[in-house]
Design a protein around this ligand. Sequence first.
Ligand SMILES: Cc1cc2nc3c(=O)[nH]c(=O)nc-3n(C[C@H](O)[C@H](O)[C@H](O)COP(=O)(O)OP(=O)(O)OC[C@H]3O[C@@H](n4cnc5c(N)ncnc54)[C@H](O)[C@@H]3O)c2cc1C
Length: 236
Amino acid sequence: MGFIQDISPILKKTELTFLERYREAKEVYTFIFEKETDINWKAGQHGVFSIIHKKISKPTRPFSVASAPEENMVKITMNIGDHPSEFKQAMLDLTPGMKISMRGPIGPLYLDERNPSLLIAGGIGITPFRSVLKQIELAQKEIANPITLLYTDSNKSYIYKNELDEIAKNPPIIIRYLDSRDDLYREINSFTTMYQEKGIYYLAGKKSMVDSVSTYLKSQNISKRNIKKDVFVGYK
Ligand SMILES: Cc1cc2nc3c(=O)[nH]c(=O)nc-3n(C[C@H](O)[C@H](O)[C@H](O)COP(=O)(O)OP(=O)(O)OC[C@H]3O[C@@H](n4cnc5c(N)ncnc54)[C@H](O)[C@@H]3O)c2cc1C
């Protein structure tokens, strides 16, 4: 897909029916919506979601779709602390049967299976990669090239861990749970040493993390072309 194909689904607006929510961790919630038959996305893409059940001042936010296209639902997962924004309070106020609107999904964070892939998630940035890995598991496709997920979280609060561990039983998927920048760069180095310019790097998380890892990769002579990223704006 090219740039235009990656963003043109933004024109398509769908109303999704809320089914349920549950907690993944102390301040992390997952919301499940019914999957309308006419929605299609590539694992790793994000939707642009708008609150429509009440009037709020900034009703729209992007969220990665954490479910795989083969799963029969749209799942989004987000941090919600003690003092939620108006948007997130409205999310918590949803009751089954209510609607939310979604544009897309769009974006470039889907896998190019022709190359070895290094997925790098900072905290809540794991959401697109759950979709990517779950899709591989459900589609039972032969994957010719290695896929490594580096999941870094300084609080060691690794959401989806049980599911990810199940998925990682299938080679060639490898998952490393990390909690320090040093370990992260060590793992990146071992991947870049092995695959050099053949590797494609996928980054998701807050801006400071994505920027610093992207700068590090470029300092290791990884071409900008081989780095795909989703910056989760809105997180410091
Ligand atoms: C592609 C993409 C995928 C994302 N996926 C997820 C996900 O899966 N899970 C998740 O929890 N979050 C995700 N986000 C972030 C999400 O959209 C929200 O911004 C975030 O959850 C914070 O929302 P909030 O309502 O708590 O805070 P907000 O009230 O939106 O904002 C918190 C602070 O950030 C500032 N801010 C907000 N938007 C911007 C902006 N565009 N540029 C600069 N500053 C800004 C605000 O001014 C405020 O100070 C994603 C973002 C992008 C772009």
